[in-house]
Design a protein. Sequence first.
Length: 436
Amino acid sequence: MANWRKRLGQGMNLQAGEGPVVIAGLALFYLLFTGYFMLRPVRETMGVAGGVDNLQWLFTGTFIATLACLPVFGWLASKVQRRYILPWTYGFFASNLLLFAVLLAREPDDLWTARAFYIWLSVFNLLSISLAWSVLADLFTSEQGKRLFGLLAAGASLGGLSGPILGTLLVAPLGHAGLVILAGVFLLGSIGACAYLQHWRDRHPLAASCAQPASRPLGGNPFAGATAVLHSPYLLGIALFVVLLASVSTFLYFEQARIVSETFTDRTRQTQVFGLIDSVVQALAILTQVFITGRLARRLGVGVLLVAVPLVMAAGFLWLALAPVFAVFVVVMVVRRAGEYALVRPGREMLFTVLPAEDKYKAKNFIDTVVYRGGDALGGWVKRGLDLLGEHPQLAMVMGAVIALGWGLTGAWLGRSQQQREQAASGAPNTPPPLI
């Protein structure tokens, strides 16, 4: 048994004593993503219900709502102890879910409730996931991040796998309101996992964190995240990377809504199709996260995680331009999302491990929410404009390929910059990072 556990730990890049904390991190992401991905197909169905031609308005509404949340979260992060930022935020979101459950139970077909839920879940998605990664970037070193972030992201993929399955199986007997309540229960469970992670770090403090322990508020002003991004080329590079990522995702998202609405007309069937796609994506992502992501990051650097998917997506967009059918779209969408979860997202989070604590929460939140949703809104209007200009989806797909290439170049620069910062912090010689 001891040899078996040792081999398993080596296969997953674990060091002595890291098993329990990795399990807690996996539980944090599993519970969070299970609840979210139960609701994601519901959100997609409600988005289609308002009309595919109106999706850009939902994206714009989401961006405005995200802007409104920025000062509120900034104030919370400035005033409360770091260890309480996630529990307070998740507790507030759980109360929101209870309210939506009541509204959906009373008026299940109300269009404005559907639109409000779509916007709310889109804001919740980015803010809650960003905050979970902020906690991990705060509690783990850069070296631990390279080894463990890919593995911890597997918890998100496991939740992303079980969530759609549960949603697909339970949407008929429980209804949308029942799914919302169950998702709230999972969200509350993730707070307990976060509490264990904080307790573990209290017992094993980092030398670099002693100057500003988690029991002390970050301080500063609610808009410090935005100003930090504007004054840092490194953070601006991350912001540009996120905008290009969001634009690529938005182009595919609009194509998904168009193709699925044309192929499947029943709302329950649409929810099941969206859930099936999510399940396939997460299954592929888990295998990559557990066995490949950490090894790639340690041997080739963070940059390879940020470049591989954009290059593949450039080819995928060109394929869609030549064959814009449902089967081709499913392949491209599955590859893009699985690659993002397994490679791009862990790599993106590793970029923040070399930053100060305030930037890990405030600047990261600004980039992950306002900047991302701004890229969503911009991409949505550009995609809609291209569709109206030529009524040819191929034009938008070619534009998507160009954006994906820019996305990859930005990722290569960020990978080199992250390694230089890491070497400067450790005092290691500034050797050139590996070519990507």
